[in-house]
Design a protein around this ligand. Sequence first.
Ligand code: ZN
Length: 193
Amino acid sequence: MKLPKEQILEIFRDTKALLEGHFQLTSGLHSPQYFQCARVLQFPKHLHLLCGEIARHFEYNEVEVVISPAIGGVVVGTEVGRMLGARTIFAERKDGKMELRRGFEIAPGERVLVVEDVVTTGGSTKEVIELVSNSKGTVVGTGCIVDRSNGKVQFNTKQFAVLLMETVAYQPDECPLCKSGSKVIKPGSRGNY
Ligand code: ZN
């Protein structure tokens, strides 16, 4: 039983996780919308509800390890991992490269679910998939709360998003919001939200 899209959108609006304006996404693209996912995930009942959708989707996939890219994915990974009773780790960037640190390891053949909060270009998820493959782990699937590519980004594995959204995003030099003189906001930076 998948949550209705309208119900999820309502939760995002209520918690001001869905912002409207002029934003620079992590990918560098500009957009009139931004999902500040952390805003919805700060509430245990919403975290539980949304992560429950991911956990339920993969409950019969014998997930042994849940991994997420830091920082945004960590809270989702922890909740999904808890629900699936799976060991939960995260990958983080060092000198721009996604790595396992803190003594985290993936054993050859371990069944790994990759989770993320928001997928936009899928870059972080793809890097984590590569990291799992390099460790000889088996990627059983990917799950995210919001897929802003509306399903266009494909990871060539069992793939699930709680919410699929069409993204309007522009290259900075082609952004009509910039051209109209509006100042772009980098969400998450100090002073913004
Ligand atoms: Zn812009």
